[in-house]
Design a protein. Structure first.
Length: 583
């Protein structure tokens, strides 16, 4: 076996670490339960049952009330028709998932920070491999950020040993040469850092296969892995918090931080970052509270036990043709479910705060990535009945699929509401269908805005902006809410298209992120469907073929193209747009 000598600043001695120790990672069997004999078990988390009753039970009661009230509205102006039964049941189901977000946001207000584990003695340090999968990204920037993280980690406040493994699936020969050159230069400039590069001949099974191949070839030389994405940016404190927590909890196999979106330069990136910091951070605390040790995995910015992962999370191909068969694209949710099935805990740690990720520069770039995520999440529907899964793992898988199916559901509800409104003759009676539409619109608006408003309260409580930044915060918040409303119908259409094409057997594949600015002509072509549908709806409203309640949707669709162009503009110098403070 080959060994590498590492002498990092702050460490008391030279440490020999094997660079290659093969570790078997067999395919899991999905038709029968599995338990890893090495799993010591996990203790129940205090308060998690109460949190789950609130986060899941209260929305169920609320949505039952919504369904009953809908039927009462419909009954006031005559016999309840079949279409009204469909609306009442469908609206109640759709509102449940939004109500879960509101309840989760409220829980986030009350989560107390988890105390950081104490520093460990040298005998409890972990050998940690930082894993950086790549697929055509800029080598200098991507590897440089990960190397800077590695250089920051040694110190006398812990006993862990870190090294960096760049796992490249890049196809372009010139880009592969750049990766080798960057690694060679880093080794010369930082001879004390443990840097490794592996370039696969074939990108079999994409990212999950990349990491699996590395584990099988040499993962046994390490106790834990820290998996990054090409756009991940993590700080020393967050990494040490994850690894310390993993060392302190022997029954937990994976600890997920909460990556917050970096501000970026474009208006789209700035709005995504603001939403992530202000709304998403509070939601993450709420999810961590009700998830307990049945948490989820986001695929990056997380620490995991390599042997537990190898024994419990090997992914087979799903039977049948792609897109619903073959490689599991959204592998992270499934890996978390398999770890929990095997007896290991999976935890989410939002207190590991210095954890960030990038986002595509433009709306088309985001939608292209979202198409792949949709395909992967639709595959999860096939795994809901897997024997041995924890009920919370099933809920995570279902929730991921519903995130896309809900667009189809809401489109159907809009069509039903529009059809129902056409049956109303004369002025709407009190409690009749049109008044019911108005009331339901207010309820849905409240459910959509609820998590955002609660997030704003939490953010201002914890990190109130200084006097000079208050106006920028308010402007950014209002801009994000207005732009979200304007783009909501377009996002719904794209998700409906992604769901339908996936269920019809059209494979979207796995492509590198779309980068760079987009021209007006390209945007016009990309958003042609939204423009066409918006124009059609507007025409039908004008001739009386549809109720005027559809008018806001039509106008938003017609505005998609110019709004998308606005979102692609560089706003890094706009003083009235606040870059959120990290925690």
């Amino acid at each position: 076996m080959t060994f590498a000598r590492h002498l990092a600043p702050g460490h008391q001695a030279d440490v020999a670490v094997p660079v290659a120790l093969p570790l078997a990672m067999p395919d899991q069997v999905f038709d029968r339960p599995f338990r890893d004999r090495a799993a010591p078990g996990v203790a129940p988390v205090k308060g998690v049952v109460v949190a789950r009753v609130f986060a899941l039970g209260m929305p169920a009661v609320f949505c039952l009330w919504i369904g009953v009230q809908s039927l009462l509205w419909f009954r006031l102006d005559g016999q309840i028709m079949a279409i009204e039964w469909m609306l009442a049941i469908g609206t109640a189901f759709a509102c449940f998932w939004m109500a879960v977000s509101v309840a989760t946001a409220l829980l986030g207000l009350f989560r107390r920070p988890v105390a950081a584990p104490h520093p460990f003695g040298r005998q409890t340090g972990m050998r940690v491999a930082i894993l950086l999968p790549m697929y055509g990204e800029d080598a200098q920037a991507t590897i440089g950020i990960a190397a800077a993280l590695l250089a920051s980690l040694p110190g006398r406040d812990h006993a862990h040993r870190f090294n960096l493994h760049v796992l490249s699936d890049t196809r372009d020969p010139a880009a592969r040469a750049d990766e080798r050159a960057v690694l060679a230069d880093l080794r010369i400039r930082h001879p004390r850092l443990s840097l490794h590069l592996r370039q696969r001949r074939d990108n079999t099974d994409y990212k999950s296969g990349n990491i699996r191949d590395w584990i099988a070839a040499g993962g046994g030389a390490h106790d834990a892995g820290l998996v990054l994405d090409a756009d991940s940016v993590m700080g020393r404190s967050a990494v040490l918090r994850l690894v310390n927590a993993l060392a302190a909890e022997p029954g937990v196999a994976l600890i997920q931080s909460q990556p917050l979106v970096l501000p970026g330069a474009t208006l789209w990136q700035r709005m995504q970052s603001f939403a992530s910091h202000v709304y998403g951070a509070n939601l993450g605390r709420g999810v961590a509270l009700w998830a307990g040790t049945e948490g989820n995995f986001l695929g990056h910015n997380a620490a995991f036990r390599i042997r537990a992962f190898a024994a419990s999370a090997g992914l087979p191909h799903l039977s049948g043709p792609r897109p619903l068969g073959g490689v599991i694209l959204s592998h992270d949710f499934v890996e978390a479910a398999l770890l929990r099935r095997a007896g290991w805990g999976v935890r989410m740690l939002p207190e590991a705060a210095d954890s960030h990720e990038g986002t595509p520069e433009t709306l088309p770039g985001y939608l292209r990535r979202d198409r792949r995520w949709c395909q992967g999440n639709m595959q999860h529907l096939r795994l809901l009945a897997m024997p041995g899964l924890h009920p919370m793992s099933r809920f995570h898988l279902l929730q991921g699929a519903v995130a896309y199916l809900s667009s189809v559901w809401w489109l159907c509800l809009l069509v039903l509401w529009a059809a129902l409104a056409q049956t109303v003759e004369g002025p709407a009676k009190l409690g009749g269908p049109l008044v019911g539409q108005f009331a339901m619109t207010l309820i849905v608006a409240g459910l959509l805005l609820g998590p955002k408003l609660v997030g704003v309260v939490a953010y201002l409580r914890d990190r109130p902006p200084a006097g000079g930044r208050r106006a920028a915060f308010v402007v950014t918040m209002l801009a994000e809410m207005v732009l979200s409303v304007l783009l909501a119908p377009a996002l719904m259409l794209h998700q409906v298209r992604a769901v339908v094409t996936t269920l019809c057997g059209i494979d979207g594949g796995w492509s590198p992120h779309l980068t760079g600015r987009v021209t007006l002509g390209r945007l016009a072509r990309f958003h042609a469907i939204e423009t066409g549908v918006g124009g059609l709806l507007l025409g039908l409203v004008a001739v009386g073929g549809l109720t005027q309640w559809v008018l806001p949707v039509a106008l938003c669709l017609l505005l998609t193209w110019p709004v998308s162009w606005l979102m692609a503009q560089d706003v890094s110098r706009w003083r009235l747009l606040a870059a959120p403070q990290t925690r």
